[in-house]
Design a protein around this ligand. Sequence first.
Ligand code: FES
Length: 77
Amino acid sequence: MTRLIKHSTDKPFIHITPSGDKVKICMCGISKTYPFCDSTHSKTKDEGSQLCCYDKDGNRLSPEEWMYQEDKETIDV
Ligand code: FES
């Protein structure tokens, strides 16, 4: 089953653990260390209001380019 997952933020969620450590949780969806933020979200800063898609290597594609790429990666949860 293919599932489209929409991420609409461009910065991480900061979780404070009971011991006081800060953990950055990826909210943009393109981190290479997902579910943790690796600062790749900086690529999303100029998206504006346009719909953007990213391939598994973090390259930005138009929705049309994404739909017709052959090695689309989906995440089953
Ligand atoms: S929020 Fe996704 S990489 Fe930082």
